[in-house]
Design a binder for this molecule. Sequence first.
Ligand code: 2B7
Length: 687
Amino acid sequence: MAKNAIKAAAKKAPAPEDLFAQAPARRPTPAKAPRSSGSGDSDYTARDIEVLEGLEPVRRRPGMYIGGTDEKALHHLFAETIDNSMDEALAGHATFIEVELGADGYITVTDNGRGMPVDPHPKFPKKSALEVIMCTLHAGGKFESKVYETSGGLHGVGVSVVNALSERTEVEVARGGQLYRMVFERGVPKGKLEELGKVANRRGTKVRFKPDAQIFREGARFNPQRVFKMARAKAYLFGGVEIRWHCAPELLTGIEGVPAESTFHFPDGLKDYVAAQVEGNTLVHPDIFTGKSGKPGSNGAVEWAAVWTVDADGFLSSYCNTVPTADGGTHESGFRSALLRGLKDHAERTGQGKRAAGITAEDVMTGAGCMVSVFIREPEFQGQTKDRLATEKATKIVEQAVRDPFDHWLAGNQIQANKLLDWVVERADERIRRRQEKDIARKSAVRKLRLPGKLADCTNSASQGSEIFIVEGDSAGGSAKQARDRASQAILPLRGKILNVASAGKDKFAQNQQLADLTQALGCGTGNHYREDGLRYEKVIIMTDADVDGAHIASLLITFFYRQMPKLIDDGHLYLAVPPLYRLSHGGKVFYARDDAHKEQLLKKEFHANANVEIGRFKGLGEMMAAQLKETTMDPRKRMLLRVQLADADREGTADSVERLMGTKAESRFEFIQERAEFASEEMLDV
Ligand code: 2B7
């Protein structure tokens, strides 16, 4: 990982992003525009513009570089900065990193590395390397597609982005016994690189910056807890670095678990982290499975730690080049699969293959607290916030690194290995059981909610004001569907004769599809399970043909309600629609008659005695035009409904009659019902 970033920048800088590459075209050459007599300021004017132009894309579209302008993006600035220090540490040049969060909104990161180079840049001799680093976007050849990438400086969007998005940035470099300093405001140098004098016993880089409130409108203040955790994570990821933490105490009021001063140094790195995370939890086995391959910071290096808890949610924290990969990715897949395959192999080896056959990575990871860290040159990240590692080869790298050590670890302690296997097999069993329970619950929920397919439901969901028409036959159902008011009127077509519940056994009733559909559509249940608040409609309207068959069906339905939902009748929810039997027309006048008596009455009242009135007889609802059906039978403003009621005076008599009549001829039932219904109530309902 050791690299000279200046060289890297010079090698990789793509022309469009590199203002210096374009500089000759835009900047007057010194010959044409000689330096104004010694005034540093005027010399900087031209350069200011260029710098502004160079970093302008960052300020214009910060989201492209740091994924947004929210709190997460704000903390990205800190990540970029500390990543540069981490690179120095991983390269073996820095041993400590200091992070200081100030009450003034500034954050300061200091390392004791080699210090950013300050000598004139070979390609742009007028500028110090420091200025080039701070003011040039340098993110590698595939710039456009790699904007979010961060990782130890080299792959990061670069500290120039931090500079561009900060109100003010101060850089101090101690290098070669000299102290240097340069200040920037919103990415623009505020003067030249200053030489502050000699320093002894000091080396490294200090970057102090304050995020720009113009950019981070949701708030340009760092969250101490977040910064604390980010800084501490770096110490876990590299045991060779010490991180010193300072936070202004006034920032910590009301915040728990964040000290004002602290030092992080974890020689056992990831193991320490995992141990700290599961502290206080019960472990499946006492040992933490940990290991590493390769030197941290070198390409292809992997480090990991895993422990299984009985009583905690698992976690898998993963990193690539010390950059957190919150959305996981290829390295996590490799880790998971190494654990799964290792455990399955162990089961095979010890004659428990059958038990382990069904376990999945999910089962292995349940309750597992893990941390995985990989180092890969030029990693690729994916996802909205580029928090997922996409580099394919990371899967193999991690799997291969972890497999053998895991086999060894399992083989080395059979008791422990078997405890783990037992635990994972239990998780698998639990998972399968849970899924079965969920399936059952889902199925019954669907059943509860599912309405019969034939039902054309109304769109109003409240039962108040809505009605359901129970219609005989599909053709009548079709007309009714056209004639209805979709908002408040539902149509349930029933095919053919209804089961006579008064004579059929319980089994037959339970199996009858028509009645099951009806019950489902109503939603209120039957018998002892009847619940009034389940009823999905205010009015339940039986609409059958105005003939004997229609009356038969109506009587069967009423019998069903009477037996299975008497309360529905009692509460006045059940009605009979009264479709017309005749259509009388003459000279533009049209009247509908519901029966013979009504026809005679209308003929007498509405037409001249010798008028040649056209009299049409409807054979059924199905042959009526939708508009006719609406006008005569369904439109609440024009129709007539009969409310079905039980005669209060003689409830026992009713029961007797139903019992008696339901076994006899249809015609007598028809008469009976018509009589009863009309006795009970015959009224025009103005709804
Ligand atoms: C990718 C760029 C930004 N850089 C160096 C050398 C050391 C060095 C840095 C740094 C953040 C806050 C304090 C290399 C790398 C530029 O080139 S950046 N240290 N620390 C840092 O930014 N910390 C370097 C080779 C030889 N000498 C110095």
